[in-house]
Design a protein around this ligand. Structure first.
Ligand code: MN
Length: 281
């Protein structure tokens, strides 16, 4: 069970703790998830100058942004842009490369309020690292839903549970679920046996295999084909299930570039410096 090592600012708008890989070496265990930045609930004062992070590149993977509270605006070098509202998920396949900027949405920033989000970096296999970039704006109304017998609800962003499927089109098989359980409820959530599986607790606490996972902690599961069996504490709980088929390829990473080899990283830096990631108009 792990958590990040303190909080740090990304730009001036995102106060996050890096849970994956964090202070531990989770690169193998968390594969295909390269990174998780968790922005715990944090109050921002009203401002006419939205906070955020300025223009930066990504190549070789996907960024997946889950907005729990607050709204994020983004603009990128393909001309795409939009707003991620609470309950929405943006699945950005950077692949061969995008330049983008991420800010608090202007209207939300003017009002101020509590901001709560998560950003994942999901690796791409070598065969897809140089694909064209793609966006999936997954709005809250499109998510899959499973009502559990004990009153809990599973909201599916990606992957399938029972008859429900999340709307995300993923390059490799991935499950990404937002789960709410009622007080003391036990849920059995089936994850394919070949997939790495992790649970990150947002609220309350969860007991699994005799261990208690506290809020803002990540647990990695060994599972042998049986479902993940998770029991909420007496206050109920909310957690995110992150699971996926390991890609199991060499990783060469340098800041916002994650490739397979050092030569590919050098190429990425050259391409970025030569303006081949395009521009933001
Ligand atoms: Mn970014």
């Amino acid at each position: 069970m792990t958590r990040g090592a303190g909080f740090h600012w990304v730009g001036d708008g995102f106060y996050v703790t890096q849970v994956i890989p964090g202070p531990y070496d989770l690169t193998r265990a968390a594969d295909p998830f390269l990174m998780m930045d968790y922005h715990a609930p944090y109050h921002y004062a009203p401002t006419d100058t939205p906070r955020g992070v300025g223009v930066h590149p990504h190549r070789g993977f996907e960024t997946v942004t889950l907005a729990f509270e607050g709204s994020v605006a983004h603009h990128d070098s393909t001309g795409a842009g939009g707003v991620i509202h609470p309950g929405d998920v943006q699945w950005m396949t950077a692949a061969s490369g995008v330049l983008h900027q991420e800010y608090h949405e202007a209207e939300w920033a003017r009002r101020g309020g509590t901001f709560h989000m998560m950003q994942l970096w999901v690796n791409l296999p070598a065969a897809h690292k140089m694909d064209p970039p793609r966006y999936q704006a997954l709005t809250a109304d499109r998510m899959g839903r499973v009502d559990l017998p004990g009153g809990g609800v599973v909201t599916l962003v990606a992957g399938s549970l029972g008859d429900a499927t999340g709307p995300a089109q993923t390059v490799t098989p991935i499950e990404l679920w937002d789960v709410r359980l009622t007080p003391s409820e036990t849920a059995e959530l089936a994850v394919p046996v070949s997939h790495h599986a992790m649970v990150f607790v947002l609220d309350g606490q969860v007991t699994a295999a005799g261990s208690t996972i506290a809020a803002q902690h990540l647990a990695l599961f060994d599972h042998d084909g049986a479902a993940l069996v998770l029991t909420a504490g007496g206050e109920g709980c909310r957690f995110v299930v992150l699971a996926g088929e390991p890609i199991d390829e060499p990783i060469a990473s340098y800041g916002p570039f994650v490739m397979n080899t050092r030569d590919e990283l050098i190429q990425a830096v050259d391409d970025f410096n030569a303006g081949r990631f395009g521009r933001i108009g």
